[in-house]
Design a binder for this molecule. Structure first.
Ligand SMILES: *Cc1c(COP(=O)(O)O)cnc(C)c1O
Length: 362
């Protein structure tokens, strides 16, 4: 970061931005990577590049962060919410086809907790119906589907470097992967406020100007430098997070065998990237009691998304009333356990024994 300051180049698309982008392209084989100011912005860029317009439908799981839907709503799309799988919060690929209409343009699989959606099924549906796939890989850095890096399978992949994610660009940041070559040129233009500035700096044109829509989607070099420092330590960060995840898994699997709680299910085609460890309780009341019990012992465990198909904004803006029972189940009963790089083994053991104590005799 000091280096970024001393070089005097603080605005975006400088050395550190290029280093980060190259890192992702080389390590994960993503075709073209573009750093953004947030995961939300990466999704917004993808929505613009898919040319989503009023009259288009976009299929999004209801159990996700607002941005997975909002980026497309801003382009005027109607969102068709899909249910989660029974055993994990990801979109149920077997239920997507029934939601497709002549207006459907995009499917947005969200790799919840960094665990892959069933991408072969989703890509097959998209190919047969001529739809775009935008992977919301916000939580899915360094995670794979059948050996392919998440974010690199759909036409576009969107990552977040918000402080709650595995690596951060100093609080806020994101990355758009453009996996479909047809869109690389336009992506750079949209990124640089609708100008062909990137081509100018490569010497491809002798002046740059306003050629398309866009916004200021590029982060400052300070943020890119912060991210670069995290990427240099990626292996250490990932190993630590996976170690914590495995401790939780081993410490709580007996409870899961007794069916007191459900622990995360990582399908054979997916990997675990240590983003999150969660439990699914048997009822909303039990979850509330568990969260309170942990809180009394100074442990912060939190629930996660509320069903977007029941949100105030969606229902007040022409949203359809639909029944998505698996989504509602995760909204009511899922609880996330503490998971961060400096969490000590002792603290993890303490959380495990508090949870086992809570369920003792239940
Ligand atoms: C974090 C997150 C986002 C948004 O990323 P920001 O960088 O905070 O804009 C979008 N989708 C999912 C699934 C996320 O977890």
């Amino acid at each position: 970061m000091y280096q970024a300051v001393y070089t005097g180049k603080l605005s975006g698309n400088g050395e550190f931005t290029k280093k980060c982008q190259n890192f992702f392209e080389e390590k994960y084989g993503f075709k073209k990577c573009i750093l953004t100011t947030s995961g939300t912005d990466a999704l917004e860029m993808a929505a613009i590049l898919c040319d989503v317009q009023p009259g288009d439908d976009v299929i999004v799981p209801s159990y996700t962060f607002v941005s997975s839907a909002l980026a497309f709503v801003r382009q005027g799309a109607r969102i068709i919410f899909a249910d989660s799988c029974k055993y994990n919060p990801n979109i149920d690929a077997d239920k997507i086809e029934a939601l497709i209409t002549p207006k459907t343009k995009v499917i947005v699989p969200v790799h919840y907790a960094g665990v892959a959606c069933d991408m072969d099924k989703i890509m097959d549906i998209a190919n047969r119906h001529n739809l775009f796939v935008v992977e919301d890989a916000a939580q899915a850095i360094d995670s794979y589907y059948k050996g392919k890096a998440l974010g690199g399978i759909g036409n576009f992949g969107c990552f977040s470097f918000h402080e709650t994610k595995n690596v951060t660009a100093g609080g806020e940041g994101g990355l758009l992967c453009v996996n479909d070559e047809r869109f690389i040129r336009r992506a750079e233009i949209i990124w640089e406020k609708g100008t062909n500035r990137a081509e100018f700096f490569r010497g491809m044109v002798n002046k740059y100007g306003w050629v398309d829509t866009g916004s200021s989607f590029l982060p400052a070099e300070i943020n890119a430098a912060f991210l670069w420092a995290q990427l240099e330590n990626l292996e250490m960060i990932q190993n630590r997070r996976k170690h914590i995840w495995n401790m939780y898994h081993d410490g709580l699997k007996e409870l899961a065998e007794k069916k007191s709680v459900t622990i995360p299910d990582v399908p054979n085609y997916a990997t675990n990237n240590g983003h999150m460890f969660y439990l699914v309780c048997r009822s909303l009341e039990e979850r509330t009691d568990l969260i309170n019990c942990l809180k009394q012992n100074d442990v912060l465990a939190v629930f996660h998304y509320l069903s977007l198909h029941k949100s105030e904004y969606y229902l007040n803006n022409g949203g359809m009333i639909v029944d998505l029972p698996n989504c509602d189940k995760f909204a009511d009963r899922l609880v996330r356990l503490p998971m961060y790089f400096d969490l000590s083994d002792d603290d993890v053991m303490r959380v495990i024994s508090l949870i086992n104590g809570f369920y003792c005799g239940k």
